[in-house]
Write a protein that binds this ligand. Structure first.
Ligand code: SF4
Length: 68
């Protein structure tokens, strides 16, 4: 419950519109509900999936702008 108090700040993860299959918001399982509320609707910078997707997006952006 303490985790839930740390979130609900009105910020949604930018990847929620195009989530990966392992994103919490795609899971229809109550085991992921707390993580979905904490990360997807608030502290997404702390989500390991967000970090991976951000790094991947940045890498893709870099190679597009600076092709070898
Ligand atoms: S917070 Fe994490 S799990 Fe949720 S949509 Fe963003 S990347 Fe996916």
């Amino acid at each position: 419950m303490e985790m839930l108090k740390q979130t609900i700040n009105g910020r949604m993860c930018p990847f929620i519109k195009d989530p990966d299959s392992d994103c919490y918001c795609t899971k229809l399982d109550s085991r992921y509900t707390e993580a979905m509320i904490l990360f997807c609707s608030g502290a997404y910078e702390r989500c390991s999936i967000y970090k991976r997707k951000s790094a991947s997006s940045k890498l893709s952006e870099d190679t597009t702008q600076n092709p070898i």
